[in-house]
Design a protein around this ligand. Structure first.
Ligand SMILES: [Fe+2]
Ligand SMILES: [Fe+2]
Length: 387
């Protein structure tokens, strides 16, 4: 590991080296400002749930009553920051092959915002968590998605092309929305206050995904069975991102008020009981319901009489972690009853295969995604313009 950054400025210098290493040209940021943003008003003054409910929210690490809680905070901020930089490493190469000017702008803006999110998490680590925080802030710049050593599986997966990118922003960034939402009520006030601005930016990323897939459908070039396989691929990955079932770390995070449920404030107001042993399952369930609705909306754009509807695979399908991790399940969630060989054959029909990749290379030469004009403000931002 490189020498630990002592100050925020040191870390920024190291961040510049990371940009150079992953090949992200600073010019591509246009007028985008990599800055630290807090929304203190919405962060809440008092701890909202768990054993410390009613106490004043912690504003400095020294106010956090136990080292275990500090460790949990550091771990959570680190994982969040790690995903932000990882996604830039996964996506950066796509700028050169953007199907339209708008898409190049959108991808460059997403990468700019993910960098800002990573900054924000590094800033929390550097500012509030001493030597341990500085070490983690530095490591955020040293793990690499291309080497496969980012902390979460989804963020080490290669994203070869733009159909992957649209599915990724639709499904994987949407997991991010849930994680940020659950941290927005955190007992650690600087973390809670970081979430408002990040959530606002994140909504553009989800929109890029849903809008992109809608434009893909409208262009009518990509076969729908092929599109379904890419949906299956990224949904399974996104389901994993909610963590293991019956997670004790999720339980503790709740008990300490560090990380809440999705829509925690609403749930508290209406008295929805918490099941502390199934927190990850609960948030995954909300996420699943949301993507089912999103895919239903996409179905509204399918050509009439095409005889196909797109769908979301069951939560058991192709999971790497959780109760169904490594188990052979169908896209409907049933355990596979045939042989391993037959299952391998089955997966070729429901996940992207070599033929799909080959077909896409040709299809990408056509106008495979409907064009979208840029607004004057987007053009003036200069984001992605110099790619
Ligand atoms: Fe982000
Ligand atoms: Fe994002």
């Amino acid at each position: 590991m490189a020498e630990l950054p002592k100050t925020w400025d040191d870390w920024i210098t190291n961040f510049g080296e990371w940009q150079d290493r992953v090949g992200f040209d600073r010019e591509w940021l246009g007028d985008f400002d990599l800055s630290i943003l807090f929304d203190w008003d919405r962060a809440g003054d008092n701890i909202e749930f768990g054993d410390y409910a009613g106490h004043t929210k912690w504003e400095r690490a020294l106010q956090v009553p136990h080292q275990n809680i500090r460790d949990a905070l550091i771990a959570m901020i680190t994982v969040q920051g790690d995903t932000e930089f990882a996604s830039v490493e996964q996506q950066r190469h796509l700028l050169a092959s953007a199907p339209t000017d708008y898409d190049r702008y959108a991808a460059a803006r997403i990468m700019a915002e993910e960098q800002r999110h990573g900054w924000q998490m590094a800033y929390l680590l550097m500012t509030y968590f001493g030597q341990q925080g500085r070490r983690e802030a530095q490591k955020l710049l040293e793990r690499n998605a291309q080497d496969g050593d980012r902390l979460l599986g989804a963020f080490n997966r290669p994203m070869p092309h733009w159909l992957d990118f649209f599915c990724y922003t639709m499904f994987v960034d949407r997991d991010g929305k849930y994680q940020l939402g659950m941290l927005s009520t955190s007992s650690f006030k600087p973390l809670a206050a970081s979430m408002g601005p990040m959530l606002k930016e994140e909504s553009f990323h989800l929109g890029t995904g849903s809008n992109g897939l809608r434009r893909v459908i409208k262009a009518g070039v990509i076969p729908l069975d092929l599109l379904q396989r890419y949906i299956n691929k990224w949904v399974a990955t996104a389901h994993d991102l909610f963590g293991t079932d019956s997670s004790t770390s999720a339980t503790w995070a709740y008990v300490w008020g560090v990380k809440g449920r999705w829509d925690e404030r609403k749930k508290l107001e209406s008295g929805v009981d918490v099941d502390k042993d199934a927190l990850n399952e609960e948030s995954r369930g909300h996420y699943h319901d949301e993507i089912v609705k999103e895919v239903e909306k996409l179905n509204g754009y399918l050509p009439e009489g095409c005889g196909v509807t797109l769908s979301v695979p069951h939560e058991n399908f192709n999971r790497e972690i959780g109760n169904f991790g490594g188990k052979k399940c169908t896209i409907d969630g049933a355990l596979w009853e045939g042989s391993d060989e037959e299952y391998a054959e089955y997966l070729l029909t429901v996940l992207p295969n070599a033929e799909d990749e080959k077909a896409l290379k040709e299809l990408f030469k056509q106008q495979w995604v409907e064009d979208k004009p840029m607004t004057p403000r987007q053009t003036a931002s200069g984001i992605g313009a110099s790619v």
